[in-house]
Design a protein around this ligand. Structure first.
Ligand code: NIG
Ligand code: FE
Length: 384
């Protein structure tokens, strides 16, 4: 996790949207159609943010203030706030309105250096609204320079209407939502919030198995609020990643070590909810590779700023800047099955790059947190 190969005084040749060659300036090709001078800055791969919820109708700053006054996130959720609050508001928003606000968020995070991003549904919680969210994500895929993966998260919360009859809602997810989402090709993955007060292990297993029948692989929310069995059920269903892991024990760490599932930690969620951080230091020390993502959403992490996220990961999880860097680049790429094309600067990979202002080192970039170190962002070979 801590190895970052670097070159000094180098060139990189881009053709169309692909890196064609990398070398020392001593052997720079004598001509190119267009030359971009990094002017003493560093060239980094753009960030790969493998877990976000950027399609939403409203900010929830009222709940934030309630939490500052002492009401807990779980209490707010139990009282119909939280995800259900977002779902109620989203139902009255048109696809166009949702697209515009999500596109603005996406454009903002691109300027922070994000080049590939996963986006979830999950604030719809009805067939119609879940499809509406996924169609917004499809439009973002069509119109943004960022590479986007889409995740169906119908099992984000139990709608109020089904509190006393949760199996009826799960039947809708399995019999109506998943088949329709799959037949319209609207999602790459299926997610479930497997945690205390949300979906049980048995419910999660049922939903993931139904999704797998339609070719939707699992990427799940697990162990944010409690040791929930989420890691186990994710691994058993060959999840690409299990995300959150604020509440994780040795048993889960051992299981992750012998699986292909990528543990993904979300430090800005811990920062913002003022909860325990996932034990990322211990996980890395035990030999696990981890991805780090923003979880950008209106309730638990209203920020998609990866440079700031790296500062949280280093300061509060005690990661080295190089470890945080690998977590938000190559490992984030693998957590979206984009490891062959994204997440590092290599010949044959997508020309998704960040040019920084002159900085002495990667360590400095994380150390001087909150400053804007990014000068330019290049996606698909073009400055955006
Ligand atoms: O990843 N934990 C579940 N879902 C989101 C938060 C959703 C919300 O509060 O709106 C998360 O933290
Ligand atoms: Fe999330």
């Amino acid at each position: 996790m801590s190895v970052v190969d670097t070159m000094q005084n180098a060139y990189i040749l881009i053709e169309d949207d692909i890196v064609k060659d990398i070398g020392s300036m001593q052997s720079v090709p004598d001509r190119a159609d267009h030359i971009l001078d990094a002017k003493g800055g560093s060239l980094l791969p753009s960030w790969c943010d493998s877990h976000t919820h950027i399609v939403y109708a409203h900010g929830r700053e009222g709940e934030y203030v309630d939490r500052l006054r002492g009401i807990s996130y779980e209490e707010i959720a139990r009282n119909g706030g939280g995800i259900l609050n977002s779902a109620a508001k989203l139902q009255n928003r048109s696809e166009d309105e949702l697209y515009k606000s999500a596109k603005a968020r996406l454009d903002e995070v691109i300027q922070y250096g994000t080049g590939a991003i996963e986006i979830k549904s999950g604030y719809g919680l009805t067939l119609e609204s879940e499809l509406k969210m996924l169609k917004v994500i499809r439009r973002l895929k069509e119109t943004s320079a960022a590479t986007i993966k889409s995740t169906f998260l119908g099992a984000h919360a139990i709608p109020l209407l089904y509190r006393e009859n949760r199996s009826a809602y799960i039947d809708i997810i399995i019999n109506d939502m998943i088949p329709q989402v799959a037949s319209e090709g609207l999602a790459d993955y299926c997610d479930v919030f497997c945690d205390k007060g949300f979906y049980t292990v048995e419910e999660t297993d049922k939903i993931l198995k139904a999704a797998a029948k339609y070719g939707l692989k699992a990427k799940i929310h697990a162990n944010e609020l409690a040791i929930s069995g989420g890691v186990q059920v994710g691994i058993a269903n060959q999840a690409i990643s299990v995300d959150h892991l604020e509440a994780i024990g040795q048993e889960e760490i051992d299981l992750l070590k012998s699986s292909n599932t990528i543990p993904t930690v979300l430090p800005s969620c811990s920062f913002f909810l003022n909860i325990h951080y996932a034990p990322a230091r211990k996980m890395i020390d035990e030999g696990l590779g981890i991805a780090i993502a923003t979880d950008y959403n209106p309730g638990s992490s209203p920020s998609g700023n990866i440079p700031l996220l790296m500062a949280f990961a280093c300061n509060n999880m005690r990661l080295l800047p190089s470890e945080a860097f690998n977590g938000v680049t190559i490992n984030g790429a693998y957590a979206m099955e984009l490891g062959d094309s994204h997440g590092s600067i290599a010949v044959g990979k997508k020309a998704n790059l960040i040019i920084t202002k002159p900085i002495p080192s990667l360590d400095y970039m994380v150390y001087a947190f909150g400053s804007q170190h990014i000068d330019k962002v290049i996606l698909n070979g073009v400055v955006v």
